[in-house]
Write a protein that binds this ligand. Structure first.
Ligand SMILES: Nc1ncnc2c1ncn2[C@@H]1O[C@H](COP(=O)(O)OP(=O)(O)O)[C@@H](O)[C@H]1O
Ligand SMILES: [Mg+2]
Length: 323
């Protein structure tokens, strides 16, 4: 079963129409701390059906933390996250599992089990979370592998395929339960430009072709501008701006002279989008208190990793990875 919105009515899934419907994800006044240090603060955002929202921002600004709050693997200190109209904070483990079945995650490097073939990796969520018989599972796996162009490689082990193919296999597994929403954390990290463009095309095919809503964390600007319907720029755990791609594209293309009249936030976003070495980002970094910076880092390192086991186990299966 495919998520609502098949190839045929993909046009009806355009964000403009979907934006008039209740959002698939709603975040209100979200705050997350690690060891008393605010990592996310006052985050407000909405994700609409069928759209691709790209989350951007410098390294350490809180992108992955936001994603982990959205998928319920981190519990925020404050604020509300609603997915499919359900407040995550009110759900028990069973309720959370029901929500988890409706979204998929592409983990970095695909997070495949090395001891299992590509097909077995993709079958895992179906075996663990459905009552489907083996023959139906086999068909489902073939469909998912075809979707990502890996059907001929079904019987290979992860060590026998390239980095890009591992990502695609991870995506096939993320799609196993026909999720309505897909979360990606730096999907093109560590890939060459050609392979990462392939992943972009795949993300677009899933979103525009199948109507899958996508939230993509990336700092690759080419990729962001290729796949995004809307973009959100984070800086030090806050939303600097959320808007459609056009707004960000217009800002990116401003000349140095035109940019001078803009607010500091907008100039900072522009600098980020252009990858310029000089600008407000550099200035802001140097005005930070060095001691606070150091202490913040030290405290960060002392904070134990919160458990994300439940969500990982859900998506990756109960078996222990071999590496
Ligand atoms: N489990 C954790 N414990 C303590 N600090 C963390 C943890 N995870 C992330 N952080 C800190 O939170 C900040 C944001 O991290 P992250 O969300 O991973 O940033 P990004 O994905 O934008 O690079 C960083 O300063 C990071 O060191
Ligand atoms: Mg990250």
């Amino acid at each position: 079963m495919l998520p609502p919105g098949s190839e045929a009515n993909a046009a009806a899934n355009s964000p403009s129409k979907a934006m008039r419907e209740p959002p698939v994800i709603v975040v209100r006044d979200l705050a997350k701390e690690f060891g008393g240090r605010a990592v996310l603060e006052g985050i407000e955002l909405e994700v609409f059906r069928g759209e691709t929202l790209v989350v951007m921002g410098g390294s350490g600004c809180g992108k992955s933390t936001l994603l982990r709050c959205l998928i319920g693997s981190l519990r925020p200190e404050r604020g509300k996250i609603e997915m499919f109209g359900r407040d995550l904070a009110t759900l028990d483990e069973q309720g959370m599992d029901e929500v988890r079945k409706r979204f998929g995650i592409l983990f970095q490097s695909g997070a495949l089990y090395n001891s299992m073939t590509v097909a077995q990796n993709v079958a895992l969520p179906l075996e663990e979370h459905t009552d489907l018989g083996q023959d139906i599972i086999d068909i489902q796996v073939k469909i998912k592998l075809e979707l990502v162009g890996l059907r001929e490689h079904a019987d290979k082990f992860p060590a026998q395929i390239s980095g890009g193919m591992k990502k695609r296999a991870g995506l096939a597994r993320a799609m196993a339960l026909d999720p309505q929403v897909l979360f990606y954390d730096e999907p093109s990290a560590g890939l060459d430009p050609v392979t990462s463009a392939e992943i972009d095309r795949l993300i677009m095919r899933l979103s525009k072709g199948l109507g899958v809503t996508s939230v993509v964390v990336t700092h690759e600007m080419d990729s962001a501008f290729t796949i995004a319907d809307r973009m959100v720029m984070l800086d030090k755990g806050r939303v600097l701006k959320i808007g459609d791609r056009q707004w960000f594209d217009d800002l990116r293309k401003l000349s140095e002279e035109e940019a001078k009249g803009r607010s500091e936030d907008e100039r900072l976003i522009r600098q980020f989008l252009r990858g310029d070495a000089e600008g407000p980002i550099t200035t802001r970094k140097t005005v930070n208190n060095y001691a606070d910076d150091l202490l913040g880092q030290a405290r960060t390192q002392l904070t134990p990793m919160p458990s994300i086991e439940t969500t990982r186990r859900f998506f990756l299966g109960r078996k222990k990875p071999t590496e």
